[in-house]
Design a protein around this ligand. Structure first.
Ligand SMILES: CSCCC(=O)/C(O)=C/O
Length: 161
């Protein structure tokens, strides 16, 4: 995963990196300190290691359901969907997301109008904590397949998936 500060009030093609000038990249540890976003690299080609990592994440974060979402330009109402995903949201549950194929950006906003761009590729898994403003968009590949894991902060019935 590559992580960098975005230029303020980025406009134009959202798929471009929109670095601040000069570019300011940060490490996953710095991202964690700054925003509480956690990061794991999952080796999707190693089934045993992948299952181990995912079952740990599911147990630790009380994952109750998951889905797999493909975002590409064959999606009906593609432009509208992208608009919707780019709208900042603040969730009241922790959100876990892993890139299965392709690439995408999750932008997080630890402080008002200060956006940090996380460029996720295959095997990158992030945990966006509840309460943190974030948004999603695609990269110039125009293609990503992600697995989303939904958590239950109230400890309700667990569904296996
Ligand atoms: C294409 S994923 C859109 C972002 C998302 O599903 C979500 O709920 C983020 O919190």
């Amino acid at each position: 995963m590559q992580i960098w500060y975005m230029e303020p009030y980025a406009c134009g093609d959202r798929r471009l990196p929109h670095h601040v000038f000069p570019p300011k990249k940060i490490s996953p540890d710095q991202l964690l300190q700054k925003s509480r976003v956690q990061y794991y690299k999952v080796d999707l080609d190693d089934t045993v290691a992948m299952k181990k990592r995912l079952s740990r994440v599911k147990a630790e974060w009380k994952v109750v359901s998951s889905d797999i979402l493909t975002v590409n330009d064959n999606v009906p109402d593609w432009e509208e969907k992208l608009e919707e995903y780019y709208e900042p949201i603040v969730r009241d549950d922790d959100f876990v997301c892993m890139v299965v194929d392709g690439s995408c950006y999750y932008d997080v906003e630890p402080e008002e109008d200060e956006w940090i761009r996380c460029h996720l590729e295959k095997g990158d898994l992030v945990i966006i904590p509840k309460g943190l403003s974030h948004r999603f968009t695609i990269t110039p590949k125009n293609y990503v397949q992600i697995q989303r894991f939904f958590t239950d902060r109230n400890g309700n019935i667990q569904m296996s998936k």
